[in-house]
Ligand binder design. Structure first.
Ligand code: SAM
Length: 195
C-alpha cells in the first residue's frame, strides 16, 4: 500500500491501534469489530499466520470479519515507513524472541521503534508472560521491567504510569492471553505508558 493510500485509509478513522508481535492477529480483529471507528493493525514477521488473519478479517462482518483490521508482515525492527507516526495506541502482548529480549534488556532499539511508530500523543501497553524468560534473562517482574524501560522510554517522551502484576482475569484478549494458566496470581507483568 502506498503512503498516500495508507494516509487516506487512516484518515477515515478516529484513531489507530498497532499490535506488535500480533501472532494470529485475533486481538486487532476483535478490537476492530468492537470499535468500528478505530483502524486496528497487526504486525508480525510470521507472514503465513497473517495471511490467515487477513482472510478472517475480509469476511463479511456478520461472519466475523472486520473491514477496519489490517495486517503488516514485518518485524518490529524493519517496520514499513508508512507506519511512521501512525499509532495512537501500541500494544505488545506476550512477545517472545527478539521483541521480548529488547524489552527485558531495556534496549534503546525498542524505544526507537516505539518512537518511530507512535503518534505525538500515544499510549503503550505491554504485557509479558512472567512464567518464562529467554536464555540469559530472569523471569520478568514489575519493578525490573520498569527499571529496564524507564530510561529508554523517557528518552522518547514516554512516561510509565504503572508496571504491575496482572492475574489471569486481567489477561488481554489475545490467543496467548487465553492460554495462560488460570489461578496464578503472578502470571503476567503489565506495563502502561503514554506521552
Ligand atoms: C507468543 S506470540 C504472541 C502473539 C499474540 N500477541 C498473542 O498474544 O496471542 C509472540 C509473537 O511475537 C512475534 N515476534 C517475535 N519477535 C518479533 C519481532 N522482532 N518483531 C515482531 N514480532 C515478533 C512472534 O512472531 C510471535 O507471533
Amino acid at each position: 500500500m502506498a503512503q498516500a493510500e495508507f494516509d487516506q485509509l487512516r484518515s477515515r478513522y478516529a484513531s489507530t491501534l498497532v499490535d506488535l508481535g500480533t501472532g494470529d492477529g485475533a486481538w486487532p480483529r476483535r478490537f476492530a469489530r468492537d470499535y468500528g471507528n478505530v483502524l486496528a493493525i497487526g504486525v508480525d514477521p510470521d507472514r503465513s499466520a497473517l495471511q490467515d488473519a487477513a482472510k478472517l478479517a475480509e469476511r463479511k462482518p456478520a461472519r466475523g470479519g472486520a473491514p477496519n483490521a489490517l495486517y503488516v508482515a514485518a518485524s518490529a525492527e524493519s517496520l514499513p515507513a508508512e507506519l511512521q507516526g501512525a499509532a495512537d495506541w501500541i500494544t505488545i502482548y506476550f512477545p517472545w524472541a527478539a521483541l521480548l529480549r529488547m524489552i527485558l534488556a531495556g534496549e534503546q532499539q525498542i524505544a526507537d521503534i516505539l518512537n518511530t511508530l507512535a503518534a505525538p500523543r500515544a499510549r503503550l501497553s505491554i504485557v509479558l508472560n512472567a512464567e518464562a524468560a529467554p536464555d540469559g534473562f530472569k523471569k520478568p517482574e514489575p519493578s525490573a521491567v520498569r527499571k529496564s524501560l524507564h530510561v529508554p522510554l523517557e528518552s522518547m517522551g514516554f512516561r510509565i504510569a504503572k508496571s504491575e502484576w496482572l492475574d489471569a482475569a486481567a489477561a488481554p484478549p489475545t490467543t496467548w492471553g487465553g492460554r495462560l494458566v488460570k489461578g496464578s496470581g503472578r502470571a503476567m507483568v503489565g506495563l502502561d505508558a503514554s506521552r
